[in-house]
Design a protein around this ligand. Structure first.
Ligand code: Q9C
Ligand code: ZN
Length: 346
């Protein structure tokens, strides 16, 4: 399997985020990717590394607004100039948009951080923007390799993750929605036909849901813990709007979910909704924060379950682009990710 990777991810390294009223060590660390890389390397030529190719800003603009991109690009520098904490940008004023002049007034240097963000976990540190752009190039290059070289799969080993990022909002460790950008690129530039985004990160992908909510291509399917982060999204009745009605499928599962129930839920949605949709390509938002030892997620999946997840995804028999999302248990993250990828291939 082709794996696209860029060391530029390490430029994004905020020391802290905010949790339960305290600053805590930032869990979405560069170490995560280092561990996955080491695990892939232990399988020798099974995984072939490739460098990303620069795709410019155009594919990002097909998903995110111009204003949001401009804000993100300059946010850290403006913040520090203003005397902000050099650890990263933390909003102080939150724009509840119903109250904020219909969302037209972003509020200047001190208002913007809370205008373009929906929580305090989209921490913009010094290298965050360059790392987020590199992550997009990783996922787009993986899409190119899969389509152009007629591969059955490819893995975008990207960070920061993306599925919480909406068109003009960061949050939940996410800034640019890598999977969504790749999906739009696959549909518009690579002419692949129908795409299904299968989001198996522990958390609901509110960003991806919101970006495609009114569209019938892609089909968005998310299995996630509920009630849990991102708190305000992810119910079954959020099923799309207009053209998109019926093309957003949420499968909330209780905290404490174990292997058998998880596999049952995954198989069910794969054999019904996804098979009926008959996509040409699957984009997997691959989070392994469903793991039993994960300190962010609240499921109880074992490492063996990830092999089975890979098997179930492979049963669709479609070209599949794996895009890295969450997963925070450093000792097992590499094994869990490689288990999904090897489960898919075998
Ligand atoms: N303060 C992804 O997995 N809240 N994002 C966790 C700790 C944030 C997760 C509670 C979770 C964000 C990509
Ligand atoms: Zn997650």
């Amino acid at each position: 399997m082709k794996v696209v990777y860029s060391p530029v991810h390490a430029r994004h390294n905020p020391p802290v985020s905010f949790s339960l009223g305290r600053f805590v060590p930032f869990k979405e660390s560069p170490q995560r990717v280092d561990q996955i890389l080491a695990s892939l390397a232990s399988f020798g030529s099974e995984f072939e590394l490739a460098d990303p190719v620069d795709h410019g800003m155009e594919p990002i603009k097909r998903v995110h607004t111009k204003d949001y991109i401009a804000y993100f690009q300059n946010a850290y520098e403006k913040w520090v100039k203003r005397g902000g904490n050099p650890d990263g940008v933390f909003p102080e004023y939150l724009a509840v948009r119903q109250f904020a002049n219909g969302g037209k007034k972003s509020g200047g240097d001190l208002g913007e951080p809370g205008f373009y963000c929906f929580d305090l976990e989209g921490v913009i540190a010094e290298g965050t923007f360059v790392a987020a752009v590199a992550a997009v190039n990783v996922v787009l290059t993986a899409a190119d390799l899969m389509v152009d070289l007629h591969q059955t799969s490819a893995f975008a080993l990207c960070r920061p993750p993306g599925h919480h990022a909406q068109e003009d909002l960061c949050g939940g460790y996410c800034f640019f929605n890598n999977a969504s950008i790749a999906t739009r690129y696959l549909i518009e530039q690579k002419k692949v036909g129908k795409v299904c985004i299968l989001d198996i990160d522990y958390h609901h992908g509110n960003g991806t849901q919101s970006i495609f909510y009114k569209e019938s291509n892609p089909l968005y399917v998310s299995l996630h813990g509920s009630p849990d982060y991102p708190m305000y999204w992810g119910d079954v009745d959020e099923d799309g709007e207009g053209e998109g009605k019926g093309f957003n499928v949420n499968v909330p599962l209780p905290l404490g979910t174990r292997d058998p129930e998880y596999i049952h839920a995954l198989k069910t949605v794969v054999e019904t909704r996804i098979s009926e949709y008959d996509p040409d390509v699957i984009v997997v938002s691959l989070g392994v924060d469903t793991f039993i030892e994960d300190t962010v997620g609240n499921f109880l999946l074992t490492s063996d379950c990830y092999t089975e997840i890979g098997n179930v995804i492979a049963s669709l028999g479609k070209q599949t682009l794996f895009v890295m999302e969450g997963g925070y248990d450093i000792p097992a993250i590499g094994t869990n990710v490689t288990n999904v990828l090897r489960g898919f291939d075998h």
